[in-house]
Design a protein around this ligand. Structure first.
Ligand code: C2E
Ligand code: MG
Ligand code: MG
Length: 766
């Protein structure tokens, strides 16, 4: 039969197990774990302690009782401390337990078991008393009372000090101890449950979103503080059992939504949450955008609807900010191309509906790159900001202004009446040009900022924004080509030109890799020796789809894109390779004239590219001549004179092509290091008929000679022209009379010397 005092042991053990079960369902509640350990330890300590008193020779029982008592005291204290947020680790717990056990053992080994019992009793009273005090401070009044009762119960033990902790204690005193222990255990279980509940309610209370649970009749089961605040209540408790207030201005819409959710829930719990975005109007304050999420669950067999209101103001603000940034040019603060294209589509649609017109004025600054490169980007940025501000200041209602890229702005004029709009736009373009035009001096240099404007109108057929912008761009380039600082309206043939150049460009892109390009060579004879001293390399392109494309058509298209760089490099290498081959094969060494376009010269590394090719193929610099255009000399390429000088010094020939057709500025002839001037074919053509042309040719030759330049006459087609040019002292002659452009091997077979007799002149084609 179980001794009566072991009933208390069993009661304590059951309490300990109950705590551990509670802990297994709410693991983060460390108090229940520690109290479980405490009560199991107490049960163990009492069990072994009693037996030690009955068999004092069994020392291990004494050791166990002491150790378990230490565990009991340390874990009970730890559990209570957890309630005020102090968490202890297993190491600390074991350390403290062993410390207490050691203290008891020391006193016990000192020989006085009674003193050890009184010490244990004192420590227990201390721990329970401190726990009572802590609980009182934390307003766990019931728990504080239970701890106090337990502390007080210990006082009874002092009525019979000799029986403390033994099985010989007075059963009445023992009963009071047990009852107080069981009471304390029950209250502790309640406190643990309350703490778990408190934690859950804290989560809901501090949820930033408003949360409400309601029944189908609209009465609130519970809600959190945020919801109560939105509903204008002081606390959630005030709202419980009340009808849910509708937090919206559109009452009808809200009620419909309410009914819809009810109907969904009546037919069973919702499968997935329902999400809506609505403006929520709180009882006090401004409406705000919110996400409302409905879900449902069953509570004691009744459906409950859970509503969550999430404030989206912050997110919306962020989105608006991002949208603003995505649509705004950071430098000037003006709308950017993306925004303009979006808005322009809407403007065009309205114009189409209202039978009005709109115009896009594409404004591109002239010579901005020069300012940027010489005066620095900070200066360039400031200038752009200044111009953007000036453009903005002149805006009229309905206008749309944007910075498209770099130095390119677009102004959209909307709602123009169809008639008269050209005049209005013209006046506006003129005003814009004046507004932008400015001059300034820096470091002794004069700078002039102007703009070129391309204008495109919407049409009846309705154009898309990108097409209209592209048309304005085409017109703007046309305006630049006609001389900067003006404006130009888009015309349909510009479109065809654009399409043609795009077609050519895409076919040309494949021309080099597919080997569709060839070089032909046209002989150039010296008048004094009659020898073929030079040959001009002329590119030929045969495309399977387009057929034979003359260079006059595709070179300008290549120049508009950067394709000319790839094509030009191929020409340069092929011409030098051919020159090397001729030299190696037959000693035939005409100087090869190679046409070079402006963009090739502007390309960094052009000079080293030329020298590298000459070296690779073993051709001396004097074996080639570069044909330049007047456009190159007129371009404001800063380092051009120095670059030409270096090439010239190295021995590379430099000739000015098509002289007389362009700017024909005499200053170019003296300013740049040139060797040769090529008189354009148009002057040679009219030599016989026009005495004016004759005089011009004579003047060009004598002027060139006075500057120590050689003269080549291009396009010599007749024997008469040949005679005149020779008589005028022209140095070299080139033309169909002397030889058409031909493949490299044909040139080898072509007469190398002109005998001066008509019969010796190779097959003239007139
Ligand atoms: P260009 O450099 O002035 O070349 C002379 C053009 O006049 C060549 O036309 C040549 O075939 C033509 N020509 C020569 N003698 C006569 C003649 O007696 N009568 C007539 N009617 N024409 C004659 P092509 O080959 O069609 O070249 C046209 C233009 O294309 C060239 O003018 C040059 O500006 C450009 N080009 C040709 N090849 C190249 C090249 O390899 N690179 C670059 N950048 N441009 C090139
Ligand atoms: Mg040429
Ligand atoms: Mg020429």
């Amino acid at each position: 039969m179980v001794p009566v005092h072991d009933l208390g042991v069993a009661a304590l053990a059951i309490l300990g197990v109950a705590f551990l079960i509670g802990w297994s369902s709410a693991r983060l509640n460390q108090a229940t774990l520690l109290w479980g350990i405490a009560h199991l330890s107490l049960a163990g300590a009492t069990f072994t302690g009693y037996r030690y008193h009955l068999q004092p020779e069994s020392l291990w029982l004494g050791v166990m009782a002491t150790l378990l008592t230490g565990f009991f005291l340390a874990s009970l204290h730890g559990g209570t401390n957890f309630l005020r947020g102090r968490i202890i680790g297993p190491g600390t717990l074991i350390g403290r337990s062993l410390g207490v056990a050691f203290l008891i053992a020391v006193v016990g080994i000192g020989g006085d078991k009674r003193a050890a019992s009184i010490l244990v009793l004192g420590l227990m009273m201390l721990v329970y008393g401190v726990s009572a005090y802590l609980c009182l401070r934390m307003h766990y009044r019931l728990l504080a009372a239970a701890f106090s009762l337990k502390t007080a119960a210990f006082l009874l033990y002092f009525l019979e000090p000799s029986t403390i902790g033994t099985p010989f204690q007075n059963p009445d005193i023992l009963s009071v101890g047990w009852v107080s222990s069981v009471l304390l255990g029950l209250v502790l279980v309640d406190a643990a449950i309350a703490q778990t509940r408190q934690r859950l309610s804290n989560v809901i209370k501090h949820l930033p979103d408003a949360l409400v649970a309601r029944r189908l009749d609209g009465k609130i089961l519970f809600c959190n503080d945020r919801f109560a605040q939105l509903a204008g209540s002081a606390s959630p408790a005030e709202l419980e059992g009340q009808q849910v207030p509708l937090l919206t201005r559109e009452q009808e819409e809200a009620e419909a939504m309410f009914r819809k959710v009810n109907a969904m829930v009546q037919s069973g719990p919702m499968d997935a949450p329902m999400r809506l975005e609505r403006a929520v109007t709180p009882a006090r304050g401004e409406p705000f955008p919110a996400e409302i999420i409905f879900s449902s669950y069953m509570d004691l067999g009744y459906p409950v609807i859970l509503g969550l209101i999430r404030d989206l103001s912050e997110r919306k603000r962020g989105e608006e900010e991002r949208l603003h940034q995505a649509n705004t040019d950071q430098l000037t603060g003006l709308p950017n191309r993306r925004f303009l294209e979006q808005q322009l589509d809407a403007v065009l649609w309205i114009a189409h509906r209202q039978h009005t017109q709109c115009a896009v004025l594409l404004i591109d600054l002239d010579h901005f790159k020069k300012v940027n490169d010489t005066l620095g980007h900070a200066f360039g940025d400031e200038l752009l900001r200044e111009i953007a501000q000036a453009l903005q200041d002149q805006l009229r209602p309905g206008d749309l202004l944007a910075r498209l890229s770099g130095d390119e702005f677009a102004l959209v004029m909307a709602g123009l009446p169809s008639l008269m709009s050209i005049l209005e736009v013209e006046a506006r373009a003129l005003a814009l040009l004046q507004l932008i035009r400015r001059q300034f001096k820096s470091d002794g240099m004069d700078y002039q900022i102007e703009a070129s404007i391309g204008v495109a109108f919407s049409t009846r057929e309705g154009l898309s924004a990108p097409v209209l912008l592209q048309r304005a761009e085409v017109a703007m380039y046309e305006s630049k080509a006609r001389g900067r600082g003006g404006w130009c309206f888009f015309e349909s043939d510009m479109d065809e030109r654009l399409a043609e150049s795009l077609r050519l460009e895409s076919a040309l892109r494949q021309a080099v890799p597919r080997g569709e390009l060839r070089l032909h060579y046209q002989p150039i004879y010296s008048c004094s020796t009659g020898r073929m001293t030079k040959a001009e390399a002329l590119v030929r392109w045969e495309n399977p789809q387009l057929g034979w494309v003359p260079p006059g058509r595709f070179i300008p298209a290549a120049e508009e894109s950067s394709l000319i760089l790839e094509v030009g490099q191929w020409i340069l290498e092929e011409a030098i390779r051919q020159a090397a081959q001729w030299r190696a094969q037959s000693g035939l060494a005409p100087v090869i004239s190679i046409n070079v376009s402006v963009r090739q010269f502007a390309q960094p590394g052009f000079e080293s590219q030329v020298f590298a090719l000459l070296e690779r193929y073993g051709v001396p610099p004097a074996g080639i001549e570069l044909e330049l255009t007047e456009t190159l000399l007129a371009s404001d390429q800063e380092d051009l004179p120095a670059l030409l000088h270096r090439l010239h010094d190295a021995g590379v020939g430099l000739s000015l092509d098509d002289f007389g057709t362009g700017y024909s500025s005499l200053s170019y002839l003296s300013r740049f290091s040139l060797n040769t001037v090529k008189i354009d074919r148009s002057f040679v053509m009219g030599l016989q008929e026009s005495s004016r042309n004759h005089s011009l040719v004579r003047a060009i030759i004598s002027m060139a000679h006075s500057l120590h330049l050689n003269v080549v006459a291009e396009g010599v087609e007749t024997w008469r022209q040949y005679e005149i040019l020779k008589a005028e002292g022209c140095d070299y002659l080139q033309g169909y009379l002397l030889g058409r452009p031909m493949a490299a091997d044909q040139l080898r077979a072509h007469p190398q010397v002109l005998a001066g007799e008509e019969s010796n002149i190779p097959d003239a084609v007139i």
